[in-house]
Design a protein around this ligand. Sequence first.
Ligand code: NDP
Length: 454
Amino acid sequence: MSTFDYDLFVIGGGSGGVRAARIASSDHGAKVAMAEEFRMGGTCVIRGCVPKKLMVFAAGHGAAIDEAAAYGWQVEKGRFDWRAFRTRLDGELRRLESIYTRNAEAAGVTIFHQRATVADPHTVRLADGRLITTRHILVATGGTPFVPEPYADLGAMTSNEIFLMDRLPGSMLVLGGGFIACEMAGILQGLGVAVTLMYRGTQILRGFDSDLQGHVAAALMQQGLNLEVNTDLTALERLPDGRFRASDTQGRVREFDTVLFATGRRPNVDGLGLAEAGVNLGDGGAVIVDDYSQTNIPSIFAVGDVTDRIQLTPVAIREGHAFADTVFGGTPIKPDHTMVASAVFTRPEAGTVGLTEEQARAEGPVEIYMASFNPMQTSFIKAETKALMKLVVCAKTRKVLGCHIVAPGAGELIQLAGVILKMGATKDDFDRTMAVHPTMTEELVLLRKPTRTA
Ligand code: NDP
């Protein structure tokens, strides 16, 4: 008989928290409660992956109309109706939110729709003042957009607000060069906004393979987006009409209807009571955990973006599941953070898994097999969007260490490449595989000679 109100209290109803709560309750019979202060589903469902992907589809339809015309269809392209899209989007997010709530409740999880903080290693305090005791606490509060200090109070947008716009702006400055900056810049340009993407470094998507970076940058510019690298803000002011005046390191002063900061996300730990409970926090507030997602306080665990391991939804889900199996199922499971494939939903998409050429070179001799070409679908209409198929191969073992794709549907393709690389496929396995013709990915099994070795 437990002396606690619950076996597990999960703070945060996002991807990682919901998975952990459901598995602990339905698979392992734990008595579980969860608190969510905003909307069930978390960043991924409410203001991240899901609404973003729907916007990717919306922008893609605009491009498809142009393509259809070039193929011979008699079509006329009107303006994008943001309000119509938003109405439908709001409805879809409400539907998904209620599914998340229903599924958690059906699994036996009690949901408190309010903020919860850690009062001590076995007690959670709800916003309404109630104190709830629990054998274990799981912190799954995710991340929150970071806006650099001098600009934090200007009312510029972050990815939290982008899906709530009343109407599309005429012009937009996007700051940053990571996942969100590239995806949002591409989407909004595709919806008819004049986008300037300003990045302080030499090339967008820092940390990605350099050929992938170059292909994505070229594709963004091909769409008409104004990409400015090696450039940073020196000042930003809000004008009386609500627009923004931006000064930059190139000496330009320009006005934009709106500004989006896509300058990273920080662990969402403010005011949670973790430090006071003795939990060790790292840089930027990340909850420090071991391989089993346990903090230095034995009853407190953390999964997902709040731990700043890999900020991706499927990773948070795996961590949440492994936590539940470990703590309540009696099967210690370490979530595997190696060979995690991911995709950047630009147009075309970029998919990546394994080592970049630069990382692999640092480890030993490599062979690079690469094809950069104009795919059939777009070369037919003389559009200049280049696809990339690239394999990074260990020169000694012939093992494929990395795969990088820029092409329509690269997000779907890289999922399968992820399985293949996880299995330890060699270049010879690729060579033995018959091509599927005519496709873009057949290039991956037809790359006979290395483009370069080192
Ligand atoms: P990223 O870490 O990917 O990128 C942040 C960008 O902001 C970098 O280009 C960084 O520059 C720049 N930056 C940081 N601080 C400043 C500053 N003070 N001034 C100017 N520029 C700055 O973060 P995102 O916000 O794009 O995304 C957060 C995470 O969410 C990602 O890491 C990813 O894991 C996840 N995500 C995944 C998606 C997917 O799977 N498709 C989609 C969206 C998000 P620098 O490179 O110089 O540091």
